[in-house]
Design a protein around this ligand. Structure first.
Ligand code: GCO
Ligand code: MG
Length: 402
């Protein structure tokens, strides 16, 4: 079998997505997600200008060699634009393999290791009560794990809180908006939120929280310690992770489990975090982590150090990534938890999919490949709209991490 065509689509059914479609001489096609929130056109151009010409004529079964070719062969390694593009190719090729062999992807990756994929939902509210009501709603829907974020008294807006009610979507059309941040106000508030949630919901539900890279390691250690009585499933991204040894300070200060890695694009970003056992969950995704091929290896490495996966699954990862992630999650021994932020109905219509939610679990479905399709004609009705993630400043105007 040979690759005869590869095309890149950019559409915006509620938010922007970049999609790669690779077609073979046997008429089988595979789909990959190439969405990098706020930088979509850079990946689209990297793919169509630099990657697609190298794919034509290649055997789609050669996922390992093609991955090495696009990674090592480009000379310029790593970087989110490059790795997102490589992922789109890799996932599309695994999709083709599954379709050609008539097997759901998980059967090519080692087969099922569990009944279903446990997912966590997002509960968000302007204050503790509103957040608690949202936690209640998600427990009612069947979720066994819920991430809780709440507005902070004295701050006009904060990460993870829906602005006008409804679901939270971080990217906004137009130029970046600016938020104001206070570490002190945030750190005083979060333990109160989780105290209220444990009082109301007891110990059975898994509770999670995302600090979204805003703390210094010593502050993260203190927040982790303050949260210990409430037994979080994980505290996510407590501090930016370029300085991997910085996590030693967090580890020395708290036993709250730590999840990191949604912005990582390679196992090299997490090597020390994993090998020194400084984290508990690796959040790298099959999208920004470069595809299924490297993520299988990353998971195997993490497994040696008791680190489990906790793949990023926000709405800026398209349904194609959700489908591929579920096959991956099902087939690895050290799966931990998968994020699930439901897409809008418009998005789901553009990307019809076999995966579904039932009783707290997601299932990838059993159709050949990853089970997610792309309606090209419908996608054309939703042209690209420039959109950015917000930026964050401290109360004195200093630029901070968002
Ligand atoms: C999460 C993430 C997202 C990111 C978004 C950025 O835990 O789901 O932090 O909300 O902010 O994916 O593109
Ligand atoms: Mg996060």
């Amino acid at each position: 079998m040979k690759i005869v065509d590869a095309r890149v689509f950019v559409c915006s059914p509620g938010r922007n997505f970049v999609t790669l479609k690779i077609t073979t001489d046997e008429g089988i096609y595979g789909l990959g997600d190439a969405t990098l929130n706020g930088r979509e056109l850079a990946v689209a151009s990297y793919l169509s200008e630099h990657v697609v010409p190298c794919l034509i004529g290649r055997d789609p079964f050669e996922t390992e060699d093609i991955w090495q070719y696009l990674y090592r062969g480009a000379y310029w390694r790593k970087g989110p634009v490059t790795m997102t593009a490589i992922s789109a190719v890799d996932v599309a090729l695994w999709d083709i393999k599954g379709k050609a062999l008539g097997q759901p992807l998980y059967n090519l990756l080692g087969g099922r290791c569990r009944e279903g994929v446990t997912v966590y939902a997002h509960a968000t509210g302007r204050d503790i009560e509103e957040t608690a009501d949202e936690v209640a709603r998600h427990i009612e829907l069947g979720y066994r794990a819920v991430r809780a974020q709440s507005g902070v008294p004295g701050l006009a807006s904060t990460y993870g809180v829906a602005k006008h009610g409804g679901t939270y979507e971080p990217a906004e059309r137009g130029l970046p908006t600016e938020h104001v941040w206070s570490t002190g106000k945030y750190m005083r508030h979060v333990p109160k939120l989780f105290e209220a949630l444990r009082v109301r919901f007891g110990d059975d539900v898994h509770l999670l929280h995302d600090a979204h890279h805003r703390l210094k390691p010593i502050e993260a250690a203190r927040l982790g310690r303050d949260l210990e009585p409430y037994r979080l499933f994980w505290l996510e991204d407590p501090t930016p992770a370029e300085l991997q040894e910085g996590f030693r300070l967090i580890r020395q200060g708290t036993t709250t489990p730590i999840a990191v890695g949604e912005v990582f694009d390679s196992i090299w970003d997490a090597k020390q975090l994993i090998s020194e056992q400084l984290i508990d969950y690796l959040r790298m995704s099959v999208l920004h982590g470069g595809g299924i091929t490297p993520m299988k290896k990353a998971a195997a490495f993490a497994h040696m150090y008791h680190v489990q996966t906790g793949c990023h699954g926000a709405t800026d990862l398209s349904p194609i990534t959700m489908g591929a992630a579920l096959h991956f999650d099902l087939s690895i021994p050290n799966f931990g938890l998968q994020e699930h932020m439901p897409h809008t109905p418009e998005t789901d219509e553009v990307f019809p999919h076999a995966y579904y939610f039932e009783n707290g679990y997601m299932h990838p479905g059993d159709v050949p490949g990853h089970g997610v399709d792309f309606n090209e004609a419908l996608a054309e009705k939703y042209p690209y709209q420039r959109a950015y993630l917000p930026v964050n400043r401290r109360e004195d105007g200093t630029l901070w991490d968002w």
